[in-house]
Design a protein around this ligand. Sequence first.
Ligand SMILES: Nc1ncnc2c1ncn2[C@@H]1O[C@H](COP(=O)(O)OS(=O)(=O)O)[C@@H](OP(=O)(O)O)[C@H]1O
Length: 192
Amino acid sequence: MEYSPVRPSPHAFWSSPGKKKLVLLSVMFLVWVYMLYSCVGYCSTVPGLPLLESSRAREQEAGGGADLVSRLMSKPPQPSWEDVEGDYEEPPSPLVSRTRDLLTNEPEPDWDQQRRAPEPGTMSSFSNGSGSKKLPQAIIIGVKKGGTRALLEFLRVHPDIRAVGAEPHFFDRNYENGLDWYSATFLPDFKP
Ligand SMILES: Nc1ncnc2c1ncn2[C@@H]1O[C@H](COP(=O)(O)OS(=O)(=O)O)[C@@H](OP(=O)(O)O)[C@H]1O
């Protein structure tokens, strides 16, 4: 008896119409699963899609809303923007206050006088006339035509600085008169 093994040839497999359909359906099913998987992955990365929004809404209706409320209640209350703005008080701007003065038709103060006359507490004992200082705290020394007069006049503009009217020439001409003479030069009625 002769034994001949029967091997299914690949040609015989593809030639069967039923098996062809089965393979084709399997491939289509795999493609369809792949497309569904890709679509689900894309939808989860895009916020605000109607499909997901509706599913979230359904979740909240089914009890997700109660869960959200319980989570919010467990957190400490955050201040709203109105509260934050209420805590911050903007310092009054000088420009704004001046504008308000103009709007209320208040008489304008003499700004030059205010600039020249400082607050009483800021005046030195020299400039308010109650000074007891007898000797100067600073001396301008310069050669002739060196511009000392201009420097003196500039410094004299400051309300806390009082200077003698004329050059006393203490060190070069009146040194032998002593400190009493020198301190007398700072008195208003001094005549050299
Ligand atoms: N900033 C500045 N720059 C240039 N030159 C200046 C300045 N300040 C004063 N001056 C001139 O200095 C001259 C007066 O100097 P003195 O105040 O020392 O004069 S004096 O010597 O006591 O008479 C006097 O010069 P003359 O005008 O030639 O007499 C001033 O013009």
